[in-house]
Every structure is written in C-alpha cells, then in structure tokens.
Design a protein around this ligand. Structure first.
Ligand code: NAG
Ligand code: NAG
Ligand code: NAG
Ligand code: NAG
Ligand code: NAG
Ligand code: NAG
Ligand code: NAG
Length: 537
C-alpha cells in the first residue's frame, strides 16, 4: 500500500528526462580559425577602387521632433519571439515589459503629464539636445545568477535521483548558451535603430555644428559597441568613423568617470550599502515565488529549486530571449509571478541605485555638473565628484558648444542621474514596501533603465529664437515633470525656465555631499528616511 502510493507520487522518469549534460556550457566562435586569409583580399577590391557609385545628391536633414504629428512610439521587439506566461498564449499580457532593467526599451506614455508629447510644444524651437543612453541588450554580467543556475543544475544532473519532468522536462537536455557582458545581436540592432531614430528626430541640429561632434562612452566592450552602433545608425555605416569623434572613458576601479561613477564611490560597492537593494528584493522574492516553488519543485527531484534559483530562471527567460530569440523558461511563470519579478527589480533599483540609497545622488552628481557646464558654456573648475579633470577641463575632450550631445552609460547610472537631477515624481509614492506591490507606483525600473534606455534633455526657445529659454526631459519618450526641482513650476508640457533649472541644479549640486555619501564609514541608515538618494541629515 505504502509502496504503491509512493510510486504514484513519484514523477515519471524516462531516459530522456535524465541526462548528465544538463546545464553544461556551450561556447561557439566565429570566424572559423584560419579563415581570415588576406591573400585573397585583392580579389575583392573596395568601393573606391571599383567606382561607378551612381549619382549621390543629398537632401535636407529631418527634424521630426519639431515637425511631426506625434510619431509612432516604439513597441515591438522584432526579431525576438513574443514570450508567453504560464497563463496561456493568447493573453494580451506582455511578459517582456515585466523584465525590469532587462526589458527592451518601450515608449512610456506618461510620468504624470498625460497631455505632453515628445514632439516639442507648439511655438517653441529646439536649440540643443542632450542624450544619455544605456547600452543595448547584453548577456548576463559575469558570475550571474543565470550561470549559477546552469552550474548547479549540471552538478545535480550527474547525481543519482535527478530527473526533470512535466514542464521542466526540457531541462534534461538544456545547455547554457550565454556568454557574459557583451551585446547580443538584438542589442546592436536596438542601438543602431536608436541612432537612425535620433537622426530623424534631431538631424537638423547637425547644421549648427562648426566642428565634428564629440560623443562619449566608456571602455567596456558593450559600451563601445553600443556607441559605435548608434553612430553607424545616426551617421552612416560607410562614413561614421570620420563623421564624429568617439571619446572612450576608462571604466575601471579608481578611475573617475561620470558614466561609470561607482568606481569612484566606494560605498556604492559595499554589501551593506551598495547591495542593499538585493537584500530588500530577496525579502519580496520569498513571497512572490512561494507558489511557483510548490508547483515546480515536484517536477525536478534531485535539484533544490530554491527561491534564488527561481529568480535565476526568470532572468534566464529574459537573457535567453534577447540572446537566442526565444526561451522555454518564460512560460513557466504566471502573469502574477511576472508582475512579482518586475517589482523585485524595482526594489533592487530603488534601494541600490535609486532614491532609496544614500550613495545614489552622489554617483549622479558628476553628470549633473557636466550638464550644467554644457548648458551654461562654463568650464568645470572644482573636482569634487566622479568628474575627470584631465578630460573635462579641455574644450577638445569636453566641448561646451555642441547642439547635440550623446553619452552612453549603464542602467544603474541612469537611475543615479535621475535621482541626482531630483526627478521627484519618480519617488512620489515613497519608499517601496518589501511585502506587497503597492497599488500606486511611481518607480518602475523598466521605464527608467531598460536595455537601450534614453534620457533626453531638450533645450528649447519659446517662442523659437537663437537664445534658449526652456528645458525639459524625456525619459524613454515620456515627458518628466520637473516640479521637484526648486524654481521649476508646474507645466503640462514639462517645461522649466532654463535659468530657473540651472539655479535649481546649482542648489542641488550644493546639497549633495559626495565626500560623505561615497566615502564616509557609515552603516545603512533607515531606508524609510531616504527618498532623494542622499544620506539623511
Ligand atoms: C582621467 O582620464 C585620463 C584620460 O583617459 C586618464 O589618463 C586618467 O587616468 C584619468 N584619471 C582618473 C583619476 O580617472
Ligand atoms: C534547499 O535549499 C534551501 C535553501 O538553501 C535549504 O533550506 C533546504 O534545506 C534545501 N533542501 C534540500 C533538500 O537540500
Ligand atoms: C577624481 O575624483 C576625486 C574625488 O572627487 C578628485 O579628488 C580627483 O581630483 C579626481 N581626479 C581627477 C583626475 O579628476
Ligand atoms: C579652446 O580653448 C583654447 C585655449 O583656452 C582656445 O584658444 C580655443 O579658442 C578654445 N576652442 C573652442 C572651440 O572654444
Ligand atoms: C530635491 O528633492 C528633495 C526631496 O524632495 C528636497 O528636499 C530638495 O530640497 C530638492 N532639491 C532641490 C534643489 O530642488
Ligand atoms: C562641489 O563643487 C561645487 C562647485 O562646482 C560646489 O557648489 C559644491 O558645494 C561642492 N560640493 C562639495 C561637497 O564640496
Ligand atoms: C568602520 O567603522 C566600524 C565601526 O566603527 C569599524 O569597526 C571599522 O573598522 C571601520 N572601517 C573602516 C574601513 O574604517
């Protein structure tokens, strides 16, 4: 009797559901070794040698940000397969939107200004644009949860008693195909497309250049790759290398870099302070993944499906989709569990790189100083943040008169910078609870720092003239209210008078204590008292 009951309860293990290579890592490389044979190059003369290019007259630069009726906003993620949740294939629910910082960028409708459009307000002219963008979709970072999942699975698979059945049967033959850190093909595509889109929207500002533009990025492979793909889309693939100057700022420990400021901010890297978001997010994971654990663990005896492993599996859904085009991990989780995951990432960002961390505004400070310097055409002369004096005191490497600025950075840096800019509407619903998802939410990581995220400052003149009078900010196409900044008043188009914004930023720069927040030896203060990324006074 007991034996029969036990037999019924056991999953049905076939030879296919047990395999010792489950979770092993697969690595490919291209081009094939020895295939770059320069001896045959002469058979393939380049275009200048071949000639016969046909006529090549140019036209006028587009300016859709001025002329367009609100253009169609970004939504699809071609050529990726649309992932489904466990609730079924026909639901309108879009799993991708719930991947937090791993979501492909989508246009945000509104940050609280429902009438505002990315197209500049009627009667205004555009004088300059400042773009801060995140790199495109990438593999997981080194030593990620996704790779841990693979190695733990692989270790379990060679043990007696391991078996994968039901919805998890695919794991018996699943291998780990992800590299680390670098862009995926979809990530390259996003930045190229964003470059093309930026040319449509702001192309005619190129007419105001007298020298070649300087665009900036950091030294990491995916950062350079993102910058180059953007430039290839914005200019054109055959000439972009000579159409502008690409500045590559060293991203490494102890180097000052406003686009990678954590390396100049020790407290950003501690377990207690820097990693506080992960501590908070874990509390929530224990809650929202409880049911998933009950449902899925019986399908994989011999492998301990802990809450952390389940989070890894949700991340694998996102990473495999952006790297391989689809993932079998996605439809293991219900709509509610995807909403849970999204909030898990929100908690991580809020408490590690957002308004709820005491070292966040300090990290965004350097970029804010640079922005003010560019807006006022005044060189920086005090070096008290992550700015690099060698680069920023030169008008060659840090020009102050460009109509277009393009800087590439990371997700956590964009979230630090919007905190330093005091975009308080993002923090309006206050510190995030770790035991439930609040009904009203102002802070959603996929709207702030998705793959290929874009923060755009439009410098405007209203009415149109050569002298700028106003500024406003678009975060992934959504216009951001600036009312949290002293001097900026309510405006349905998100406009702030330029001189008021600048004095508000001077005040903000003065209230951020970089030396203390980044370097002082303190323990994590009560997070209920932190809403603008500074150590509470
Ligand atoms: C500043 O940038 C220059 C140029 O890349 C570099 O040589 C120098 O080491 C940097 N200094 C710091 C403190 O990051
Ligand atoms: C599974 O992991 C959890 C968390 O680490 C641990 O508490 C539990 O004892 C483990 N179960 C087994 C069967 O190893
Ligand atoms: C790097 O930043 C520190 C801290 O703000 C500053 O003291 C130092 O002068 C900076 N170094 C350079 C080269 O900018
Ligand atoms: C850059 O600075 C140098 C020296 O201060 C000055 O001679 C030059 O005119 C400046 N160039 C620009 C483009 O502002
Ligand atoms: C920034 O926001 C915080 C929190 O709302 C506020 O205390 C501070 O005065 C604001 N600073 C400026 C310069 O607007
Ligand atoms: C840093 O320098 C700026 C001037 O650029 C000043 O307003 C601010 O008070 C300084 N901050 C600190 C902490 O010294
Ligand atoms: C920080 O302060 C704690 C408690 O006062 C002390 O134990 C620790 O050694 C200090 N760490 C550093 C790096 O000074």
């Amino acid at each position: 009797m007991l034996a029969a009951a036990l037999l019924l309860a056991l999953p049905f293990c076939t030879a296919e559901s047990v395999s010792s290579y489950a979770g092993s890592t697969v690595v490919d490389s291209y081009p094939p070794p020895g295939a770059t044979n320069t001896a045959v190059d002469t058979y393939f003369p380049d275009a200048s040698q071949v000639g016969y290019a046909g006529p090549t007259p140019t036209g006028a630069e587009p300016a859709a940000i001025v002329t367009a009726i609100p253009f169609s906003k970004v939504e699809n993620a071609f050529p990726l397969s649309r992932p489904n949740s466990a609730d079924g294939a026909d639901m309108a629910f879009n799993v991708m939107r719930h991947w937090g910082n791993l979501a492909p960028m989508y246009s945000v409708d509104s940050f609280g200004l429902p009438e505002a459009s990315p197209v500049i307000p009627e009667g205004c002219g555009i004088n300059a644009v400042h773009l801060l963008m995140r790199h495109g979709a990438r593999y997981p970072t080194s030593d990620s949860g996704a790779s841990h999942f693979a190695s733990k699975l692989h270790a379990a698979a060679s043990q007696e008693g391991f078996c994968a059945t039901g919805d998890l049967e695919f794991l018996a033959t699943w291998t780990y195909k992800l590299g680390a850190e670098i862009l995926t093909p979809y990530g390259r595509d996003s930045l190229f497309s964003n470059g093309v889109a930026f040319r449509y929207r702001y192309g005619n500002l190129l007419n105001a250049f007298t020298d070649l533009p300087v665009f900036r990025t950091t030294s990491e492979d995916r950062m350079l790759d993102s910058a180059l793909n953007f430039a290839a889309g914005f200019f054109e693939i055959r000439t972009y290398e000579t159409d502008y100057h690409q500045e590559i700022i060293i991203e490494e420990n102890n180097f000052n870099n406003t686009l990678a400021p954590y390396y100049a901010c020790p407290n950003a890297n501690t377990e207690d302070i820097g990693n506080f978001g992960s501590t908070q997010a874990k509390k929530w994971a224990d809650i929202y993944l409880k049911d998933a654990r009950k449902r899925l663990q019986p399908m994989i005896p011999g492998f301990n499906l802990t809450i952390s492993r389940l989070v890894d599996m949700q991340e694998l859904c996102a990473y495999e989709t952006v790297a391989l085009g689809y993932s079998k991990f996605c439809d293991l989780f219900t709509q509610e569990e995807w909403e849970g995951y999204e909030y898990y990432v929100d908690l991580n960002f809020w408490y590690s790189s957002g308004p709820g961390n005491p070292a966040t505004a300090a990290q965004g400070l350097g970029y804010v100083q640079e922005l003010v310097s560019r807006l006022t055409h005044t060189p920086i002369n005090v070096w008290n943040s992550s700015t690099n004096s060698t680069l920023d005191s030169s008008n060659i490497t840090f020009p102050l008169n460009q109509p277009i600025y393009v800087d590439a950075t990371h997700d956590t840096v964009i979230s630090s910078i919007v905190t330093a800019l005091n975009f308080s509407s993002l923090a309006s619903t206050g510190p995030l609870p770790t035991d439930h998802i609040p009904r009203h939410r102002s802070y959603i990581a996929s709207q702030i720092a998705p793959f290929a995220s874009q923060l755009v400052a439009q410098v405007l003149s209203c009415p149109a003239s050569d002298e700028p009078t106003h500024i406003r900010f678009l975060l992934n196409d959504g216009v951001v209210p600036l009312t949290g900044i002293h001097g900026c008043t309510e405006d349905s188009n998100g406009l702030c008078v330029l001189s008021s914004f600048i004095s508000g930023m001077h005040e903000r720069i003065g209230e951020i204590n970089f030396a203390h927040d980044c370097f002082a030896n303190y323990t994590m203060p009560n997070p209920d008292n932190i809403i603008d990324g500074r150590y509470p006074s």
